[in-house]
Ligand binder design. Structure first.
Ligand code: 5GP
Length: 139
């Protein structure tokens, strides 16, 4: 069944501390960490700490908590990268472009005339760590 939450997904493992992540922000209900295949400088992900597959099974409380964190981190990322804007992406189910089946929102700092990069290229961890620190400093 495609609509069942699988607690072996990679973000569930990050939440349990079973695999590492580069944290940007967390509160009681949400975690924000860097995407390891960044499509923009500062590309990070906001997830609820409770199980949720995607936008289709999210509760109003999970969405509200995620949006509060998106708002906070998006402003910090805009400041940190002197961005002109933010793109917020959310993909649900494989047909919608989803690859990791724990609800997540992509935050992309954007600059006028600069295209978002294609997906699937591993980032340089040292650069990603520096970018995380830039966002954290602006929070
Ligand atoms: P989706 O297509 O499901 O919306 O995006 C999944 C995102 O998770 C992709 O942007 C991908 O780069 C990212 N990602 C995949 N595996 C990992 C991982 O192990 N750690 C982190 N931080 N990001 C990951």
């Amino acid at each position: 069944m495609s609509d069942i939450y699988d607690d072996q997904n990679i973000f569930a493992k990050i939440l349990r501390g079973e695999i590492p992540s580069i944290k940007v922000f967390e509160d009681d209900e949400t975690l924000c960490f860097m995407d390891i295949m960044p499509r923009t400088e500062g590309h990070c992900l906001v997830i609820p700490k409770t199980p949720c597959r995607n936008i289709l099974d999210a509760t109003p409380q999970q969405l509200a908590a995620c949006m509060a964190t998106v708002n906070k981190v998006a402003n910090a990322a805009k400041t940190a990268f002197d961005a002109d804007g933010i793109s917020l992406f959310q993909f649900s189910e494989a047909a919608g472009g989803q690859e990791v089946f724990h609800l997540h929102f992509h935050i992309h700092p954007r600059h006028e005339g600069v295209a978002i990069r294609p997906p699937g290229t591993m980032g340089d961890m040292d650069v990603i760590k520096v970018n995380a620190a830039r966002i954290t400093a602006a929070l």
